[in-house]
Write a protein that binds this ligand. Structure first.
Ligand SMILES: [Zn+2]
Length: 388
């Protein structure tokens, strides 16, 4: 979520200068709010000794010269990345300031998606429509069909509000991995510039852009929403209505780890698809609202989970988390960020206290304790006065 104010600008500038910024919004204590490409920023001062790339051989919607001149203003981490990453980063910024602003961005994204879908030849066409019996393991399907608190609880383990359960069949995981490899091959061969999943993951692909929007919408509506209605009602779990679906790839020649952050989602589904790897554990440190995102975590909030292919991890988007380094092999995970527009709209009017933020609840209890103590003191004083 975009942060505003001069202090944040200075913080961004500091991160840009130290190379810590990668386009994600970072708060004072280092908790990053990872987003689906909406927060890219330039530096205030150009890197004058940097020699910009040429962009005139690419099919772009802005003048190639504009990209060459903007390049010196990129944060250091982006400046040293590939030409494709730089184009993607600058394009997102330029689209925001183009005359039609948001409408243009939406329209361009629709065209971008259409261009991929009409050119990309899927490898496993059966992945593009919902075939529940060949996607999910029987225990998961049974729980969804029964759709009761008891049936969900029977397949799940829960620690500190993070739920894990067996979900995807190994054949499905294999096919999705092959499909992702097939995208990557196509992207490489056609030199098509794709948007990466979010501001923190440089490796991976947005499944929605490759024709999987409908099947993932089904996944959210018919499978994740019923579970979230039961376990995450206070963060809009019953009104999830949009999603961002993508895969991320970790390994020595990919992203290695992922810093501490919160997702731009109400509920996040994270399922490991494989293959062979070690490390890559997911760690959690308490649920926090915007105001408390950088507060300390308490020892009991500390949780670490290992990934197992096919096994899902379901958590609130505002549950602070990160991924340990994948120390060998390669790990690919499917992510579905589920959002509720109703919840987001209502949040605008309820800024004081979040029922789902541990810190808000702690502050509320503390205020109550103090007010009771003050009342007691006042009563004692009055009693004392009356006795005189
Ligand atoms: Zn709070």
């Amino acid at each position: 979520m975009p942060l505003d104010g001069a202090a944040v600008d200075r913080e961004k500038e500091r991160q840009a200068a130290t190379g810590a910024g990668n386009g994600a919004a970072i708060n004072g204590n280092g908790v990053v709010v990872v987003q689906a490409h909406t927060a890219n920023r330039l530096r205030l001062n150009p890197s004058l000794d940097h020699k910009p790339d040429r962009y005139d051989d690419l099919q772009l919607d802005f003048s190639p010269l504009l990209f060459s001149s903007l390049e010196r203003y990129l944060p250091p981490a982006i400046l040293i990345s590939s030409r494709d990453s730089k184009v993607q980063y600058m394009r997102e910024i330029l689209l925001r300031y183009s005359p039609e602003g948001e409408r243009t961005r939406v329209q361009k994204h629709r065209e971008y998606r259409q261009k991929i879908i009409s050119n990309y030849q899927p490898l496993h066409i059966e992945l593009y429509t919902m075939h529940a019996t060949s996607f999910f393991v029987p225990s998961f399907l049974k729980a969804i069909n029964e759709s009761s608190i008891e049936s969900f609880k029977s397949i799940m383990s829960e620690v500190s509000g993070v739920f894990t359960f067996e979900m995807l069949q190994s054949r499905f995981c294999e096919m999705l991995l092959e499909e992702v490899e097939n995208f990557e091959k196509w992207v490489h061969e056609t030199k098509f510039i794709i948007m990466r999943p979010n501001t923190m993951n440089k490796f991976g692909a947005v499944l929605d852009d490759f024709g999987m929007e409908n099947v993932l919408d089904k996944l959210m509506e018919d499978f994740i929403r019923p579970i979230s209605t039961v376990f995450f009602p206070e963060v809009g779990g019953s009104t999830l209505d949009t999603h961002h679906g993508f895969v991320v790839e970790y390994g020595m020649d990919r992203d290695v780890d992922l810093g501490f952050h919160v997702d731009d989602s109400e509920v996040t589904l994270n399922v490991c698809l494989g293959k062979q790897f070690s490390g890559g554990e997911l760690f959690f440190r308490g649920v926090r609202c915007e105001k408390h995102v950088n507060t300390e975590s308490r020892p009991e909030e500390s949780l670490e989970l290992k990934h197992h292919p096919g096994r899902a991890i379901l958590h609130r988007g505002r549950h602070r988390h990160g991924a340990r380094a994948t120390t060998s092999g390669q790990r690919t995970n499917l992510l579905l960020w589920c959002r509720s527009s109703v919840f987001r709209e209502l949040r605008k009017y309820q800024k004081d206290n979040s029922s789902w933020c541990t810190e808000c609840q702690r502050e509320k209890k503390e205020r109550q304790r103090q007010s009771i103590a003050a009342t007691k003191l006042e009563l004692l004083r009055r009693e004392g006065e009356a006795a005189l």
